[in-house]
Design a protein around this ligand. Structure first.
Ligand code: HEC
Length: 249
């Protein structure tokens, strides 16, 4: 029997039949075996994507926030929908890996976990184009009064929306807490972050769907190229009126 890297062709076909970690892909011509090197990269990129219902994904993200918080809520609402609709290679993604993004990465208040979750999902799904989608989602987030999403059965009542002007968890949630006059560890703040997760998941799916239709056009330019260093846009929030000059200029 023909041998391939220690495995018989029959072994490969048997394991492919069990859909083992991208060992095989089905093509129009039938079963095609791919090399280990290719399968360890997840096979052909980008992975298949099928359009999702933005409102369904939003509802899932809202509920998931109460289980695993913001980053997981956004990444897993999208990726678990694809696990159900497409299966492999999405089913090999360990979704629990994305919980760490909560509170701006384990409570450090850096990038809002919802945006990190969006970037994880768009990167996995759409590779390089996914980065552009993430850029547009961040620009939308920073300039929009959030949250917008209204759950069928809210777990807490909230009164205010706010515009962050920033992708930072610390600034985004802090501004909203000030307006609502609530503590971080309070039911209304949790509700706000859960609804905001639904909003970001929904917006991300809208752009991914446009991309799938070949209609997506990136709108937000490069932050680093615009400002000649990686930065947010709200310079005066941190620097006051005394915005430093770029070193070396
Ligand atoms: C979230 C807060 C924040 C925002 C927003 C922000 N910066 Fe900064 N920036 C800082 C901090 C903190 C430093 C470090 C300052 C230091 O060590 O003296 C810094 C450093 C810099 C430096 C390096 C030189 C220096 O004097 O420290 C430049 C240039 C700069 N910022 C420009 C900008 C510009 C332009 C914007 C808006 C497009 C911006 N920053 C937005 C917080 C911020």
């Amino acid at each position: 029997m023909e041998r391939q890297e220690g495995l018989t062709r029959r072994d490969l076909i048997l394991s492919a039949g069990k859909v083992v970690a991208g060992a095989a892909i089905i093509t129009a011509g039938g079963l095609t075996l791919v090399s280990d090197a290719e399968s360890s990269k997840g096979g052909k990129r980008p992975w298949p994507y099928t359009k999702l219902d933005p409102d369904e994904v939003a509802k899932w993200a809202y509920e998931d926030w109460y289980r695993h918080f913001c980053c997981h809520a956004v990444a897993a609402s999208i990726l678990s929908a694809l696990q159900k609709k497409i299966g492999e290679p999405y089913t090999s993604i360990p979704l629990d890996a994305f919980q760490f993004g909560h509170g701006g990465v384990v409570g450090w208040g850096t990038i809002c976990g919802t945006l990190l979750g969006a970037g994880i999902a768009t990167g996995i799904i759409a590779s390089h184009q996914g980065e552009k989608i993430a850029n547009d989602v961040i620009a939308w987030y920073a300039s929009t009064q959030l949250p917008i999403f209204k759950p069928d059965k809210p777990k807490a009542h909230i009164k205010n929306v706010s515009r962050s002007d920033s992708p930072l968890c610390h600034i985004s949630v802090g501004r909203w807490m000030k307006k609502e006059n609530v503590k971080f560890f309070s039911p209304p703040r949790k509700e706000r972050c859960a609804r905001l997760s639904a909003d970001v998941a929904r917006q991300t799916v809208i752009l991914l769907n446009a991309w799938a239709d070949g209609k997506y056009k990136p709108t937000h330019g490069s932050q680093a190229k615009t400002h000649q260093m990686p930065t947010m846009n709200n310079c005066t929030d941190c620097h006051g009126s005394n915005i430093p000059k770029l070193p070396g200029t």
